[in-house]
Design a protein around this ligand. Structure first.
Ligand code: FE2
Ligand code: FE2
Length: 290
């Protein structure tokens, strides 16, 4: 089981992230690419996907404002002062990289979906907002874990291709910032569950909503993006051991949300989302621009 987490510890974590991890400056990047065609051929779609997802942070912030009308100070501090300023730089840097590789710029989805607006309207009831908060933290933890896994493979892959400048001045600095985001969401979800603030019916509803709506990051509930995610999973080798990937991505919510199911390493819907994406990719290839 996860260890005890206090809100003071979360606040301290957020403050430390802000102090120790300023947003990465575009000027800090060494734009030397040894073989742009080879990099584009092997990782072009992956970089496009990551750039898009990172740039979609601006929509994520709008969603948050909708979902959490009474956002707490520490949540606000995290997304406004730490997370958004860091993620948007990740997006801009990766997007410039893909254009340096001769690829078109990313096209982030910046419109808040209708589904999200409905949930936002319901979130004015505080009992629903508490559920929305838990889902937000779980989504964040899952998303950030996916980011760390992707950047780890990409870092080694770029070195393997002799692209030291990309590995050391783009991927490494971005990768360094993701575990702190993951830790914030993990601690926040853990604290919320451990505090006992959620009634059994709220946890029950959270489980149902999670089962019905779980998405890997960047799919935005659309098949063309699901196919893209499947392609990224393939390009990064995650399709070679899908259960291992599901375990990495789903472990936190298996512990917090499904603690009564002994021995569950990951919720089945995490594995299903991955397998569905890989299937779609096999059917239609990278189809992100639909
Ligand atoms: Fe990021
Ligand atoms: Fe992140």
């Amino acid at each position: 089981m996860a260890d005890q987490v206090s809100s003071a510890r979360i606040l301290e974590h957020v403050q430390r992230l802000g102090e120790q991890h300023p947003p990465i400056e575009l000027a800090s990047v060494d734009r030397h690419v040894h073989d742009p065609r080879a990099v584009a051929g092997r990782y072009g779609h992956v970089i496009d996907y990551l750039a898009r997802v990172e740039l979609e942070v601006d929509r994520n912030v709008l969603e948050l404002l909708v979902l959490l009308p009474d956002v707490s100070e520490v949540d606000r501090m995290f997304y406004a002062d730490v997370w958004q300023p860091q993620e948007i730089q990740h997006g801009l840097i990766l997007d410039r990289l893909q254009q340096d590789l001769g690829r078109p710029a990313a096209e982030p989805e910046l419109e808040v979906s209708f589904k999200m607006k409905i949930l936002g309207a319901l979130a004015h009831f505080s009992a629903i907002q508490d559920i929305a908060r838990l889902l937000y933290y779980l989504t964040g933890a899952s998303t950030e874990r996916q980011a760390v896994l992707a950047y780890n493979v990409l870092y080694d892959g770029m070195h393997g291709m002799g692209e030291g400048a990309i590995a050391e001045t783009i991927i490494a600095p971005i990768r360094r910032q993701e575990p702190g985001h993951f830790a914030f969401y993990r601690m926040s979800a853990t604290e919320l569950v451990q505090s006992g603030a959620l009634r059994p019916w709220q946890l029950h509803l959270a489980r149902i909503m999670r089962e019905k709506s779980y998405n890997l990051v960047g799919t935005n509930g659309q098949d063309r993006y699901r196919a893209q995610v499947g392609g990224v999973a393939h390009a990064l080798g995650f399709d070679a051991d899908v259960e291992k990937y599901a375990r990495e991505v789903g472990r936190i919510e298996a512990q917090l949300l499904w603690a009564d199911r002994n021995g569950m390493d990951y919720p089945p819907y995490v594995l299903k989302a991955l397998l569905d994406s890989i299937d779609l990719y096999r059917e239609r290839g990278f189809d992100a621009r639909g």
